[in-house]
Design a protein around this ligand. Structure first.
Ligand code: KIV
Length: 279
């Protein structure tokens, strides 16, 4: 058991026994049950996530910052992503694995198709893309060809230079209406999940009830169908952590305990609190 060196009694109850699929997640939404997502990058943490009952692991291009030491996600390449998706897929056989498509690898539908296929062949079961209306055709194309898609709206880090920094999005009415309209459009185009990053909690709640596919919030309040955090933030490894994150190691005895605490707090609706949300 190569990835089992960080055992904790607190992780033994919730181990995933069945492969999580898109259908599982849609069923959880229709039952009103929250699910848990962690952005992580290696086989060991991926195995721990499976033991802690984390339904979805995201191999995020945040690895550009958390693993590779870049200042943003923009330098991340397909080769970086494939390397880490392969590692995560070796460690976890039960959670649904989403792989990010990095900056400028899906600028056209054909680029998206080619690069999404590579991420899927590396072991992902879904790809994630950042952007709104302009991606509808791409989402439709991928979905029609059997590639599940997770959309990503609100603060989209690959557009940091266009957005003028890592800022909360959707605070003015026009921007909020645009995000809501984009969410509906992408869901209708065939997206299976949507990440909502750094938007007001009320807007995220409105989107969550307006669309039939699950929403995954990060800095989007507690009324989304799921939550995602980056493993480095959960474990207190980030020097200046974002206010929407939380160091769960402060409330646990060990690393598996911290992961388990995150899982149980999301499922119980305890995390995120008001202090981790934007109004
Ligand atoms: O890259 C990433 O890890 C992400 C999440 C923070 C949503 O996109």
């Amino acid at each position: 058991m190569p990835y089992n060196t960080l055992n904790s009694t607190s992780t033994t109850n919730s181990t995933l026994t069945k492969q999580v699929t898109v259908k599982t997640l849609h069923k959880l939404k229709s039952n009103g049950e929250k699910f848990v997502v962690i952005a992580l990058y290696d086989a060991h943490m991926a195995a721990m996530a499976q033991r802690c009952g984390v339904e979805v692991v995201l191999v995020g291009d945040s690895l550009g910052m958390t693993v590779l030491g870049y200042d943003s996600t923009i330098p991340v390449t397909m080769e970086h992503m494939i390397y880490h998706v392969e590692a995560v897929a070796r460690g976890n056989k039960k959670s649904l694995i989403i792989g990010d498509l990095p900056f400028m690898t899906y600028a056209t539908p054909n680029d998206a198709l080619h690069n999404a296929a590579r991420i899927m062949q590396a072991g992902a079961q879904m790809v994630k893309l950042e952007g709104g209306e302009w991606l509808a055709e791409t989402v439709h194309m991928l979905s029609e060809r059997g590639i599940p898609v997770c959309a990503h709206l609100g603060l989209t880090p690959q557009s940091v230079n266009k957005l003028g920094g890592y800022r909360v999005q959707g605070r003015d009415q026009a921007n909020a209406e645009k995000i809501l309209a984009d969410a509906k459009l992408l869901a209708n185009a065939g997206a299976d999940l949507i990440v909502l990053e750094c938007i007001p909690a009320a807007l995220a709640a409105q989107i969550t009830t307006a669309i039939y596919i699950p929403t995954i919030g990060i800095g989007a309040g507690k009324n989304t169908d799921a939550q995602v955090l980056v493993i480095n933030d959960i474990l207190g490894l980030t020097e200046q952590p974002p206010t929407f994150s939380k160091n769960f190691l402060l409330e646990a005895n060990d690393i598996p305990g911290a992961m388990q605490k995150y899982v149980s707090d999301v499922k119980a609706g305890i995390f995120p609190g008001e202090e981790n949300s934007f109004s």
